[in-house]
Design a protein around this ligand. Structure first.
Ligand code: GUN
Length: 303
């Protein structure tokens, strides 16, 4: 008990590193802008990202606007196609088909979630694999689960944006991944599963937890690297984190106070972790930054 207290105290005295995704993503976007500026001379045009938004979900509309702003900053041409909530599945699939056939479009993103009457899988699978900037097409998913190399090694296959951004953030902070115990809380197709595979590619030993996991805290407490992506504020609290752990909070939850909160209780965990991402300003900006990189990769691969 005394030893455990001492260890806790030790970490309390060390300053936790608050890992800013905002700062890193600003740097990467500035680099991308320089690269994109050379494209008109090299390729005769700049990349073009088409984003399809169905319905009026305010959070989705905000995300889509942020994507457009990032494109404008970097010099990527971008088009948002806003379809009404009652758009039929056939109309959406037809819209995707038109974008697939448009030679001037390099990347296509259908913002999720889609209205209930549209089969999400049908829409995502309809996107041409080489224009799939989300990495959700089955061939891109298969490529991720098959290979062991980093996304940068084989840019032909897109890797989902948030997981790509998380690995980038860990590497920028010089977090050693190889041989570490990584625990991912959440098993979504967008974040949990792909980030677990990317951590595995980096030679971490990976455990995936989910809503049926028994005694979650006993598993999260073993993590050197803890990624939390469940979409529920306060999922990970003080007492569930190993002293000195690296904590990556993917959640973006609007609280009753009107503010954004992560899945991790930041105040309770920040003095125990050695590194922690804030919400907002942590993983969120990295997602958009990775989308920009995926768009540029798709453009280059199509040349
Ligand atoms: N909704 C929430 N995250 C994402 C994402 O990464 N891609 C898409 N298309 N929709 C989302």
């Amino acid at each position: 008990m005394v030893l455990r207290l001492l260890r806790y105290e030790f970490y309390c005295y060390l300053r936790v590193v608050i890992l800013s995704g905002k700062q890193l993503s600003d740097n990467i976007k500035a680099q991308l802008a320089k690269e994109v500026a050379t494209f008109p001379e090299k390729y005769g045009r700049v990349p073009h990202l088409a984003v399809v938004l169905v319905g009026d979900d305010p959070a989705s509309a905000t995300y889509v606007r942020s994507k457009g702003k990032a494109c404008d900053l970097i010099g990527i041409q971008n088009t948002t196609i806003h379809l009404p909530q009652d758009t039929s599945e056939e109309s959406l699939l037809e819209q995707i088909r038109l974008l697939n056939e448009d030679e001037g479009v390099d990347g296509i993103l259908v913002q999720l979630p889609l209205p209930d009457h549209i089969d999400e899988m049908k829409a995502l699978y309809a996107i041409a694999r080489e224009k799939d900037v989300d990495g959700f097409h089955p061939e891109n998913v298969a490529a991720l689960w098959r290979r062991r190399t980093e996304p940068e090694d084989n840019p032909k296959y897109s890797v989902p944006c948030t997981p790509r951004g998380i690995i980038r953030l860990l590497k920028a902070a010089d977090v050693e991944i190889e041989g570490k115990r990584a625990v991912v809380v959440g098993r979504s197709n967008i974040v949990g599963l792909p980030v677990a595979k990317l951590l595995l590619n980096e030679n971490a030993t990976v455990t995936i937890c989910h809503s049926h996991t028994k005694d979650l805290g006993s598993i999260t407490k073993e993590a050197d690297i803890l990624v939390v992506a469940v979409g529920e504020a306060g999922t990970v609290r003080e007492g569930m984190v190993k002293p000195g752990a690296v904590v990556i909070d993917v959640g973006i939850n609007r609280g009753q106070d009107g503010k954004l909160h992560g899945d991790v209780d930041f105040e309770g965990v920040k003095d125990i972790a050695s590194v922690i991402t804030p919400v907002p300003g942590g993983v969120g900006p990295m997602t958009i930054c990775s989308l920009m990189e995926n768009t540029v990769d798709c453009f280059i691969n199509r040349q």
